[in-house]
Write a protein that binds this ligand. Structure first.
Ligand SMILES: *Cc1c(COP(=O)(O)O)cnc(C)c1O
Length: 379
């Protein structure tokens, strides 16, 4: 089935009780049983909910996996993956990843005795060298946030298999429309559905998708035991978002390319980080594993001062100054003081995330309006 057809029909069946074409919002906490232990497969809504079930099936289908699990946020999905581990286990992860993931690893899980080793995952040899007998999980994000670095998923998956470690890929930035990590050998795909999957900046949610039934059972056990489940209304919103993922992503890609090329030709712009450029250092891998390059990018200004970056950030009229990404409207963000403020400055700068870096989530408005807005803001 082609992507457009798949996204529109993923997970949804006419409702068995009425024939409703849209999955109803089952706003209930419990289900009446015919006799003790005799039920319709639904007992208590932390464990099962029909709206969530439809969405979890949709998640599985759009990532070419067998099983999907929905969580109350992207970080709750990440939290569930780390809870597969025990004290003493080691995780190898990227040194350039979502700030909230870094915070969860360093501030919450490190104190439970789980060890995190941060490497430049774009260089797979660094991952290979970091592997030890205790390595249980490799966590990568590609493209990375905000520097748009690309890691070779198939190559890392081969290393993970050899080490008998689980490979989990945060696929939030690419979305399933552009990249499907399970097809490249990953064990788990994680999404912040808050972003492209929801697509309208009106919901917080996360998901995991996997093929292995034992892994699904463990993660389902964590989901229901720890309880970070999304409500049915939020599940409904993401189900609706997924139906237009392909048309939104096509426009995000088209607009992204136009904005990236505009910025690159602007005399006051320094570096532009966008993985669609032919001379982007990982463009070959991006082309191999992605169907397009999306609307996420970062750039610096030639006048590389924080004040100049702040001036641009405060001058856009169409681009809204806000955290988050992947919605239909364009956003502009200052990673150093906003999304990545939880990473110590020294660490940030070492990884290329300078004080003047500006990140864009290019939305699906008219590209000419977006370019005119950036042009007046850069001045
Ligand atoms: C937003 C985001 C997360 C966290 O998701 P929430 O839904 O905000 O909890 C994780 N990874 C990436 C790449 C993100 O952009």
């Amino acid at each position: 089935m082609k992507l457009a057809t798949k996204y529109i029909h993923a997970g949804t069946e006419p409702d068995p009780s009425t024939g409703a074409i849209m999955t109803p919002i089952y706003q209930t906490s419990t289900y009446v049983q015919e006799a003790p232990g005799v039920n319709k497969g639904y007992e208590y809504a932390r464990s099962q909910n029909p709206t969530r079930k439809a969405l979890e099936d949709a998640y599985a289908q759009i990532e070419n996996g067998k099983f999907g699990l929905a969580f109350g946020s992207g970080v709750a999905a990440t939290d569930a993956v780390i809870k597969l581990l025990s004290p003493g286990d080691e995780v190898i992860c990227a040194n350039d990843m979502y700030g909230g993931t870094y915070r969860l690893f360093t501030k919450i899980f490190a104190k439970y005795g789980i060890q995190f080793t941060y490497v430049d995952t774009t260089d797979v040899d660094q991952i290979r060298k970091a592997i030890s007998a205790k390595t249980k999980l490799i966590w990568i994000e590609t493209p990375t946030n905000p520097l748009m670095n690309i890691t070779d998923i198939a190559a890392v998956s081969a290393i993970a298999k050899e080490a008998k470690a689980i490979l989990c890929v945060d696929n939030t930035f690419a979305s399933p429309y552009l990249q499907n990590p399970l097809d490249l050998g990953a064990d788990i795909v994680m999404h912040s559905a808050t972003k492209y999957l929801g697509g309208h900046s009106d919901v917080i949610q996360g998901c995991l998708v996997m093929n292995d039934v034992a892994l699904r059972e463990q993660l389902y056990f964590i989901q229901k035991s720890c309880g970070a489940v999304p409500g049915p209304m939020d599940c409904f919103l993401v189900l609706r978002g997924i139906k237009t993922l392909h048309v939104r992503m096509q426009r995000h890609c088209e607009n992204g390319e136009k904005v990236a090329r505009f910025l690159r030709n602007h005399p006051k712009v320094g570096r532009v980080y966008w993985c669609g450029f032919e001379d982007h250092h990982n463009h070959g891998i991006a082309k191999k594993q992605m169907r397009g390059f999306g609307g996420m990018m970062s750039f610096t200004l030639k006048d590389d001062s924080v004040d100049n970056a702040r001036r641009v950030l405060s001058s856009t009229k169409v681009f809204a100054l806000a955290e988050s990404l992947g919605g239909v409207e364009s956003l502009i963000n200052h990673p150093a003081s906003m999304t990545h403020a939880s990473i110590p400055r020294e660490e940030r700068i070492k990884n290329g995330l300078t004080d003047s870096l500006i990140r864009l989530s290019v939305g699906i408005e008219d590209a000419e309006d977006l370019i005119a807005d950036l042009n007046q803001a850069i001045g």
